[in-house]
Design a protein around this ligand. Structure first.
Ligand code: TRP
Ligand code: ZN
Length: 318
């Protein structure tokens, strides 16, 4: 009897040892099956990197008549700056051309190779400013944070289940012309592949609020979960629904969401009590004016929102 127990024990030990080796191999090489692989954790986006991009966008405006507006040299230079970084990081970029108010405009679209191309997660930000100023909060903030999220995808070698596509829109300030152009140019088959669109327009307001678009429930919950984890209260975004580039996507039946730190609405005393800042003052008193410079940014809001963006991109593409 005892002689039959020993081999069994040896077999069990050998099996356990093999299992341990497989577990270690799975953990170190990422070779576990997709079903058993845990979702990769979203990276922290360094706010210093986002601010370095904002400094570049500010320099571009300063060198080009003080703005980065549609049809002006400052817009073209902004697009080149973002596109060069994406190309160097391995994105497949393309530029879409359109006309608005008699001037040529451009969207920049960047695809991250891989993922299921029949299930696309998109994230976008408008890259144009108004002519009155450099547009650093509106919308250098969303543009720069989106760039850093895309670069983090490359740096971490993220291989999402869905296909990731990032977009920088032209001529938002003329009535969402670039994003409307993009959506209307999609075939119905390609439109149906887009499972979600995340929009980032004004995310570093100097007297910030923390607003989450109350559109698609899954996307909304993803952002709210992130803020709950930080212990920061949010409110539904109500400062003009349909006032940014998510609107054409929503109208085409695509689930949308995003975060927003406030424009020219006034912060209430209840909002100042929960978020700090100044009651009775606009979230962004430099909205659409010449003082929307690199000084017009709240670093804490920029940092939190950039991290929330990465969290949402990772979570919704897994
Ligand atoms: N899109 C507006 C602009 O660029 C800003 C804005 C107002 C906004 N209300 C919004 C952006 C709500 C996002 C959500 O001028
Ligand atoms: Zn804007």
């Amino acid at each position: 009897m005892t002689h039959s127990v020993r081999p069994r024990r040896r077999a069990a030990t050998a099996l356990a040892a093999t299992a341990a080796v497989l577990l270690v191999a799975g953990a170190t090489t990422g070779a576990a099956s997709p079903a058993s692989r845990a979702a990769a954790a979203a990276p922290d986006i360094a706010v210093a990197d986002v601010k370095a991009d904002l400094a570049q966008l500010q320099s571009i405006a300063t060198a080009n008549g003080g703005n980065r507006a549609h049809g002006r040299a400052g817009y073209q230079a902004s697009l080149t700056y973002v596109q060069n970084k994406l190309n160097a990081a391995g994105f497949t970029t393309s530029v879409q051309q359109f006309t608005a108010s008699g001037r040529t405009g451009y969207n920049l679209v960047a695809d991250w190779p891989g993922g299921d191309t029949s299930r696309v997660l998109m994230a976008g930000a408008h890259l144009d400013s108004v002519t009155a100023g450099p547009g650093i909060n509106d919308n250098g903030s969303g543009s720069a944070a989106l760039l850093e999220v895309a670069l983090a995808v490359s740096r971490t070698g993220y291989q999402p289940a869905k296909h990731l596509r990032f977009a920088w829109w032209g001529a938002e300030e003329l009535g969402m012309v670039g994003s409307r152009n993009y959506v209307s140019g999609l075939s119905s088959a390609n439109r149906a592949k887009i499972k979600g669109y995340l929009n980032f327009d004004m995310i570093g307001s100097p007297n910030p609020g923390y607003f989450v678009y109350d559109d698609d429930p899954t996307i909304e919950k993803t952002f709210k979960d992130y803020y709950t984890g930080l212990g920061v209260a949010t409110e539904p975004e109500t400062e003009g629904d349909g006032r940014s580039d998510h609107s054409p996507f929503k109208n085409a039946g695509i689930p949308v969401g995003g975060v927003f730190s406030g424009a020219d609405y006034i912060k209430s005393s209840a909002q100042a009590a929960k978020w700090g800042g100044t009651a009775g003052l606009a979230f962004d008193r430099c909205y659409h004016s010449s003082c929307d410079t690199s000084a017009n940014i709240n670093d804490t809001a920029l940092n939190r929102n950039a991290d929330a963006m990465a969290y949402a991109v990772w979570t919704l593409s897994a």
